[in-house]
Design a protein around this ligand. Sequence first.
Ligand code: CDP
Ligand code: CDP
Length: 226
Amino acid sequence: HAKRINIAIDGPAGAGKSTVARNVARRFGYLYIDTGAMYRTVTLAALRHGIDVRDEARLEKLVAELDIGLEPGDPVQHVYLNGEDVTEAIRSREVTQSVSAVAAAEAVRLRLAELQRDLAAGKGVVMDGRDIGSHVLPSAELKVFLTASVEQRALRRYKEIGDRQGIPLETLEREIAERDRMDEQRKISPLVRAEDAVLLDSTRLSIDEVVDIIANFGRTKLGEAK
Ligand code: CDP
Ligand code: CDP
């Protein structure tokens, strides 16, 4: 049967990871898995329970009790919290503002990384997040660290949601920079480029250009794979 590889795409908020990863997965006929959605789901549950997102003990108890379901799909991956479809609810501004605090908790990271490794066990996945190449799938055949200037990333988000939700561009930029800082500085599996990850700056690249570059790397790796 055909050889398959795993592709890890990490980077800061708004770099284009999910858009690009979904398209790369489509080209290879692979599963796309958005791991950020899982951290968002735990965050939604914490907010609903009125848990202080810095309270690691309560987060540990919460994550042990939660049933998080992930159903890969194209164009939409669905996520379930104790059976409820929360695909839309996890995109709220409240969740976005609290997710990096929840994602800093060790118990949360341990649990979600385990679920993510199970999802990738069969090979042929494109997974995006912050610690996929560095921690979750260290033996992924292709690792990409996708970035762009913070101004460009804020502008992309603004075009996507900002004008609809009435959030000023400057506010979006500040919130993105703050989330990056928390993701880079946390103790457990922070946002970092894995040594063997390709660094790709998309500040001046279109979505199609980024997808082409990653798909080319992927074909090369596929040729080398055993
Ligand atoms: O799409 P966006 O850049 O807004 O973020 P996301 O991919 O949905 O991830 C939301 C948050 O989850 C990130 O800011 C991180 O705090 C956390 N996250 C993480 O810690 N590790 C991952 N593998 C994925 C997400
Ligand atoms: O997943 P992540 O937070 O890294 O970014 P995204 O949600 O995939 O992308 C943020 C926005 O930037 C989307 O509206 C994309 O259409 C847009 N965009 C991009 O992803 N890549 C480019 N080279 C240009 C724009």
